[in-house]
Structure formats: structure tokens, C-alpha cells
Write a protein that binds this ligand. Structure first.
Ligand code: NAD
Ligand code: MG
Length: 405
């Protein structure tokens, strides 16, 4: 019997890799819904290939464009209903017929529908790390309380999941686990100095040496905030402390992460830097299916290197660690400030080094508050975005004055 999957963020990098895995297993998986925020043409092309029951787009104008394109192709509306907005994202994540949800929207926008999938007891394929960073304890509780399944898609967390004991019960000590070794490629600016970083452009930042990804996560990889978000993600997913996660820079991205045990064993998952491996693993678990990924040739790779991260030049990693240790709303505030800073950098409003500076300033202003509900998380997200936007105006004025001098 086929399993029904909703792909949130189907037009993105993870979304299209997910569709490629589905394409290889057309009887095992059927598409329930596809969602997209822009790139409507691509969304409609995917609809023509995968015949989902629903498409979800952000506005009425986008819905009209989608229906027009569907009508032009002769597929018509009967086979595929077009829905609009956030309530529709949550609907297609939680409908009774859905078996699994690929959470591949980028950023905070993915939180509510991803949580809806958890609350509806689905298999959640979690790529959207920001959702977990923002609302970790709430999200993990929703998974537990509703017998949902959480399969990490982020390659590092997928590797950790594969390297943990099969019966892992959220307890490092019980399983003899000493620490997680979270690997990092180091991004496109590994070994650069602060001075060099002050001049880098968005085009240079999104040109990742090993992985092909969306713009936001590519900038996060360049600042090492991606590794910071992943550190928080690991702590929430596997119920450990920040000091039990050691970041290891490994430029080849062949080892996707490791688990170190108290008897001296280190278990790792290795593979090509191709997201279809963790996606296929999450979809088929506990079975394995062909992901279309080239096999690893160790002779071709020939060597693997490891170094410590440069915290001085890339302060985002420690900003994230501090946010996790502060707890409460702090990770949500960090995430929101980062999203604003990255968008401003991509729009060439601020320089690369202003990203950690802006986040540091917002974190310093943030009160310490506990999180009881989703509303607390969304309020913290909103507050941090407002603070970051105020600071952006200040940063721009400083830049203008510097430019005039
Ligand atoms: P992307 O930018 O390529 O795609 C993002 C998707 O989200 C698109 O379909 C877009 O239409 C949709 N989207 C954007 N804003 C939205 C909004 N406000 N409301 C609804 N939908 C919206 O990003 P990506 O690289 O595919 O990454 C997606 C998520 O997966 C991110 O959280 C990222 O951190 C995570 N991730 C990506 C990779 C990778 O290799 N690309 C690896 C690990 C984790
Ligand atoms: Mg990753």
C-alpha cells in the first residue's frame, strides 16, 4: 500500500530532492500535497508530474496564477485543489490521510505547520531546523504526546540518528555515550581572516564548496550559524547538554557526524554530500531504499581532515551555544535575529561581519523568559525581529557616515 506524503517547501532545494526520491518509488509513495511560496511555475510543473490532491500557495494572487497555469495544461482543477495561506499549510500537514510530512520550509515560517504534523501524530521528516531551534521543548513534547515519529533529515543529525543505539532512550549515560562529534565543512570562508570577511559578497557566501542548498542556509554555513543551529538541534533531538556536542571541522563533508562511546568506539555515518541519502533514510526507516546517490569511493577521497573551529573569526557558533544554555525564549530570539541579519546581508544592506554583531546586540537586549506555549515562542520571534529591524536602521546610518568620511 502506498504512503501519502506532504512536502512543505516543495519548490526548494530539499523539496526537489524529496521529489526526486519519490520519483524513484512511485508505488511506495504518493504525494498528498505540495506547497510553495514563490516559483509558482515550478510548483505547477511538480503538480503535473506528481498529481497531488492539494497545492498550497501564500496568496490569492498566487492561487489565481496557479489555477490559470493548471487550466492551461489541461489538467484542470478537478484533480488538484489550490489552497491559500498558513491555515492550509497546517491542514495538509495534519489531514487524516497523510502518513508523513517533509518539513522543508526555510526558517520560522515552517514552525506552525511542522508542529501541526507532530500534533497529528505523523512521521515528521525534519529538515526545517529553525522550527526545532525556536520551540525545541514544545516540539519534542508534541512528538511524544501524539506518538508521532521524528526523523532528522539534516545530514548531521541523520548521521547521529544512524550512529546511536537502535533503542536509544534519550539518555547518554544509560547507553555509554560520551559525546556527539558534529562535523562542519567550515563553509566557503574556512581559513579566512576577519579582515578578508569584511569584504565578502552574498554571491561568494552562497557558493558552498560541498553542498548545493538554499540561500539562507548557505549564508548560515558561511557564518557557522548553521553549525550553531545544528548544535541546538542536536541537544533538543537527542536530549543532551551543549558540552556533550563537539564541533569538528571536516572540510570533505564525507563523515556526516559521529557518536563517541565510553569504551573508545566512535560510530560514524559516511556518504556523498547528497541530501537524498538522509531524505530516503527518513522516508523508508527502518527499511532502506535506493536514493539515486552515487556510491562513496574511498580511493577517490583518499584522505579525511579534521580541525577545531575558529571561534574568534566565526562567533555565531558560540552565540548559539550561549542561547541554548540560556534556554527559554533565547534560541527563538537568536533564530529570528539571524533570519533578519541574513536577509539584510543577502539584500546587500549590511556586510558579512554585521551578521554576528546584530545577533549579539539583540541577544544582549533580550529578557530571559520561559516558554509555556507556542504563543510565547511566536511573541519572542516577533520581538526579536522588531529589535533587529531597528538595529538595521542604525547599522545603515553608521555605514552611510563611514562612506561619507
Ligand atoms: P530553499 O530556500 O531552497 O527552499 C525553501 C522552501 O520554503 C521553498 O519551497 C519556499 O517556497 C518555501 N518558503 C520560503 N519562505 C516561505 C514562507 N514564508 N512560507 C511558506 N513557505 C516558504 O531552502 P532549502 O535549502 O531547501 O532548506 C529548507 C530547510 O531545510 C531549511 O530549514 C534548511 O535549514 C534545511 N536544510 C537544508 C539543507 C540543504 O541541503 N538544502 C540541508 C539541511 C537542512
Ligand atoms: Mg546540516
Amino acid at each position: 500500500m502506498s504512503q501519502w506524503i506532504t512536502v512543505l517547501g516543495a519548490t526548494g532545494s530539499i523539496g526537489s530532492s524529496t521529489l526526486d526520491v519519490i520519483r524513484r518509488h512511485p508505488t511506495r509513495y504518493r504525494v498528498y500535497a505540495l506547497t510553495g511560496f514563490s516559483r509558482i511555475k515550478e510548483l505547477v510543473d511538480a503538480a503535473l508530474e506528481f498529481c497531488p490532491r492539494y497545492l498550497v500557495v501564500p496568496t490569492e494572487a498566487a492561487a489565481k496564477q496557479t489555477r490559470d497555469l493548471l487550466n492551461q495544461t489541461g489538467m484542470g482543477l478537478a484533480a488538484c485543489e489550490v489552497l491559500v495561506g498558513e491555515p492550509a499549510l497546517s491542514k495538509v500537514s495534519s489531514d487524516a490521510d497523510v502518513d508523513m510530512v517533509m518539513a522543508a520550509i526555510v526558517g520560522a515560517a515552517g514552525l506552525v505547520p511542522t508542529l501541526a504534523a507532530a500534533e497529528a501524530g505523523k512521521r515528521v521528516l525534519l529538515a526545517n531546523k529553525e522550527a526545532l531551534v525556536m520551540a525545541g521543548p514544545l516540539f519534542m513534547r508534541a512528538i511524544r504526546d501524539n506518538n508521532a515519529e521524528l526523523l532528522p533529515i539534516d545530514s548531521e543529525h541523520n548521521a547521529i540518528f544512524q550512529s546511536l543505539p537502535e533503542n536509544y532512550t534519550d539518555d547518554f549515560e544509560k547507553h555509554g555515550i560520551e559525546k556527539i562529534l558534529l562535523t562542519a565543512s567550515g563553509g566557503p570562508f574556512r581559513n579566512r581572516t576577519k579582515d578578508e570577511l569584511s569584504k565578502v559578497t552574498p554571491a561568494q557566501a552562497v557558493a558552498h564548496p560541498n553542498w548545493s542548498m538554499g540561500a539562507k542556509i548557505s549564508v548560515d554555513s558561511a557564518t557557522l550559524m548553521n553549525k550553531g543551529l545544528e548544535l541546538i538541534e542536536a541537544c533538543f533531538l537527542f536530549n543532551c547538554r551543549a558540552d556533550q556536542v563537539q564541533v569538528v571541522v571536516h572540510p570533505q563533508s564525507v563523515i556526516h557526524s559521529m557518536v563517541q562511546y565510553n569504551d573508545g568506539s566512535v560510530i560514524a555515518e559516511l556518504g556523498q554530500p547528497d541530501m537524498r541519502t538522509p531524505i530516503a533514510y527518513g522516508m523508508a526507516w527502518p527499511e532502506r531504499i535506493d536514493a539515486g546517490v552515487k556510491h562513496l569511493d574511498l580511493f577517490e577521497i583518499s584522505r579525511l581532515d579534521f580541525t577545531e573551529p575558529d571561534h574568534e573569526t566565526f562567533p555565531c557558533l558560540n552565540l548559539a551555544k550561549d542561547a541554548f544554555e540560556r534556554g527559554g525564549i533565547a534560541p527563538a530570539v537568536l533564530n529570528a535575529a539571524n533570519e533578519i541579519a541574513v536577509a539584510a546581508f543577502l539584500a546587500e544592506q549590511i556586510g558579512f561581519l554585521a551578521i554576528p554583531e546584530l545577533i549579539t546586540r539583540v541577544m544582549a537586549m533580550s529578557p530571559d523568559k520561559t516558554v509555556q506555549s507556542l504563543e510565547d515562542v511566536l511573541a519572542a520571534d516577533q520581538w526579536a525581529r522588531e529589535q533587529a529591524n531597528h538595529l538595521l536602521v542604525e547599522f545603515e546610518q553608521i555605514q552611510q557616515i563611514a562612506g561619507q568620511e
